[in-house]
Design a protein around this ligand. Structure first.
Ligand SMILES: NC(=O)c1ccc[n+]([C@@H]2O[C@H](COP(=O)([O-])OP(=O)(O)OC[C@H]3O[C@@H](n4cnc5c(N)ncnc54)[C@H](OP(=O)(O)O)[C@@H]3O)[C@@H](O)[C@H]2O)c1
Length: 337
């Protein structure tokens, strides 16, 4: 018998523009009981990701919106604390879409057992989970890098961007990262080995791009969209590849900005621009995990996590992440390991 209560973070309102903490409700309730075939999970680590902003809208997308009054969606690492299922036993560590809740009941169907030999368990929702795999396949498969390519990656200190830039270095490319603070730029240069960094908040992006890539850009890994992407599009080399991973600069606009405005650049440069969703690569995840865990063990791939304790801090931390207050992969430590 667990001598505790459950905490769930529910969607209270659909935000118009930037979300606020009032759009979430922190609900304290009894820990649910399980039926035959079910397991009870205690969340240990919760991942906060930009896509969750889209789930707060009642809009057509590649996934259904979160219903008002329902727990926010989210990937998490959890411990099996009770099992009435043949699939899992007590103390198994699993990863899956468990949501913003301390305790959750699951059938276990969409959970995977975390391979602790690959790295610390929270990496299963970070560098060795959805964000890392996004970087791996979104860069290697969509951008098809070649040694010597000039690569620009936006949101370069974040969960996806930091991995993209390092894989680009492993592939022999020259890498320019953009990020929103001098501290983040110092990190990608000194710790991750990027060649150049641009603080897009304090520098003239066009001038800096012209300085660091005077002959143009072969690959753009686009995490943000907006003006940064406009600036890159004007500097594409012939045969450039653009991986449209995300458009975070647009997620909190109450009015959709129409575009793209400079698509003629694709004609001039005979470039390829391709959007992708990481889930499309799910049958190849083992390949990506195997490769990246080896790179981590060899010291070729580093990762920075931004850890906040306590599930009740998830709304504030999530809003901060959308605003660039995170430094690395945003994680909530829900319970002790
Ligand atoms: N296609 C897929 O399957 C897939 C999967 C995962 C993630 N994604 C996308 O990948 C992108 C990065 O996700 P992540 O998990 O790695 O997040 P993250 O980079 O760890 O965090 C988000 C970062 O976005 C930056 N940002 C926010 N507003 C911005 C703006 N107006 N202009 C420029 N940068 C801005 C902030 O960094 P700064 O301080 O640098 O501004 C913030 O730290 C997101 O667009 C996300 O939706 C796509």
């Amino acid at each position: 018998m667990i001598n505790e209560q459950n905490i769930r973070i529910l969607l209270k309102n659909r935000p118009n523009g930037w979300p606020t903490e009032d759009d979430f409700e922190i609900e304290v309730s009894q820990i649910p009981s399980i039926k035959e075939g079910e397991i009870l999970l205690e969340t240990m680590w919760l991942s906060l990701d930009p896509y969750m902003r889209g789930r707060m809208n009642d809009a057509k997308s590649y996934a259904d919106p979160v219903q008002i009054g329902a727990p926010m969606v989210g990937g998490a690492v959890a411990k099996v604390v009770e099992s009435r299922s043949p699939m899992f036993v007590k103390n198994d560590i699993v990863e899956g879409r468990i949501g913003w809740q301390k305790y959750a009941v699951s059938s276990g169907i969409e959970l995977r057992t975390v391979d602790k030999s690959l790295g610390p368990i929270q990496t299963a929702i970070g560098v060795l989970g959805m964000p890392g795999l996004t970087a791996y396949f979104g860069f290697l498969d969509v951008c098809e890098p070649r040694p010597g390519d000039i690569v620009v990656v936006s949101a370069a200190s974040g969960a996806v961007g930091q991995v993209v830039g390092q894989i680009a270095k492993i592939m022999g490319c020259t890498v320019i990262g953009t990020a929103g603070s001098d501290e983040k730029i110092k990190f990608i240069l000194d710790e991750l080995g990027f060649d150049y960094g641009i603080n897009y908040k304090s520098e003239d992006i066009c001038e800096s791009l012209d300085k660091f890539c005077p002959d143009g850009i072969d690959i753009y890994f686009d995490n943000v969209g907006g003006e940064l992407t406009d600036a890159v599009m004007d500097r594409l080399r012939v045969g450039a590849r653009i991986s449209v991973c995300g458009q975070i600069s647009q997620y909190n606009n109450s009015q959709l900005q129409l575009g793209p405005r400079n698509i003629g650049s694709l004609v001039r440069s005979q470039a390829k621009m391709e959007g992708f969703l990481v889930h499309a690569y799910s049958n190849k995840y083992p390949e990506g995990l195997d490769k990246m865990s080896k790179w981590i063990k060899e010291g070729k791939l580093k990762y920075k996590e931004d850890i906040v304790k306590g599930i009740e801090n998830a709304p504030k931390t999530f809003i901060g992440m959308l605003n660039g207050e995170n430094f690395g992969k945003t994680l909530i430590k829900v319970s002790d390991d």
